[in-house]
Design a protein around this ligand. Structure first.
Ligand code: NI
Length: 271
């Protein structure tokens, strides 16, 4: 493995640390991973991150450590109703990375004020650190502010509570030898007692759109706020089956309309 001289960790080590951070918040993912691992080597299709669209912490800012590790920007996405924009990044030997951001300026003056108050506690230099993408919440936030954000945007509340860390990892169904379709993957996951996100149907996308995805509902975990503790939705696990394009190559992008419903995997009200 090539170690860049200027940094301490390889990109593989950074991903391993992100995975461990994610499992601490989403213990269900480890159980599901172990179930698949009994017969297969589980390959990760993509990892997703969320952020606020504010100076110093936009998609492009937090993608910097990935770009330095050899990732390239591939495509942009817009989610009008949820007021999000996103980009996906690809690397020759690593999972895809999907980063979205809240279009803060499209929300109420109060939400903007609350989110900007959090951002003021954020040191922009930290995005350059190798551990940034699993550094968690860089600000103090009260349960009251969390609840207020939740009224307007579940996504804003999630970023406020959890900060910078993987929102989900994704099992690549194409690399599982024991399953050839997403229906049987869903059945397998449900038969072991896990709940899937049914917003927009259990399966998002179709073979004709080249990507089918499903996901668990986020684990509920206790989070410490500055004034209280709350049990709230954390991270979820996703399953993706990619289909071949006309040229025979597997589709390697994302479908905005599917991702739109996947975002609701952390929304207890939408489920
Ligand atoms: Ni995803």
């Amino acid at each position: 493995m090539n170690k860049p001289v200027t940094s301490l960790l390889t990109i593989e080590e950074v991903f391993e640390n992100m995975w461990q951070d994610y499992l601490a918040l989403n213990p269900d993912a480890l159980k599901i991973y172990q179930l698949f691992s009994q017969k297969d080597t589980v390959v990760n299709d993509h990892v997703a991150f969320r952020t606020f669209g504010l100076p110093g912490m936009r998609v492009e800012d937090i993608a910097q450590p990935l770009i330095e590790a050899g990732y390239q920007e591939v495509e942009s996405y817009n989610f009008e109703k949820k007021k999000l924009r996103a980009k996906h990044y690809a690397h020759s030997s690593m999972p895809l990375v999907f980063i979205s951001e809240l279009k803060v300026e499209e929300f109420s003056a109060e939400l903007q004020w609350l989110v900007k108050a959090l951002a003021m506690q954020f040191n922009q230099l930290n995005v350059k650190e190798q551990n940034f993408l699993y550094s968690g919440r860089p600000w103090q936030v009260s349960g009251e502010v969390y609840e207020r954000l939740l009224e307007e945007s579940e996504y804003a509340a999630w970023v406020a509570a959890f900060g910078f860390r993987p929102n989900h990892f994704t099992v690549c169904i194409n690399d599982l030898t024991q399953f050839t379709d997403i229906q049987s993957v869903n059945q397998f996951v449900k038969s072991h007692g896990f709940t899937l996100n049914t917003s927009g149907g259990e399966i998002k996308g179709t073979p004709e759109s080249y990507l089918e995805q499903s996901s668990t509902m986020a684990n509920m975990i206790e989070v410490e706020f500055s004034d209280c503790k709350k049990v709230i939705p954390s991270c979820f696990y996703e399953f993706a089956l990619r289909h071949p394009l006309a040229n025979g190559e597997l589709f390697k992008g994302f479908i905005a309309s599917s991702a739109d419903k996947i975002f609701e995997s952390t929304d207890t009200k939408a489920a």
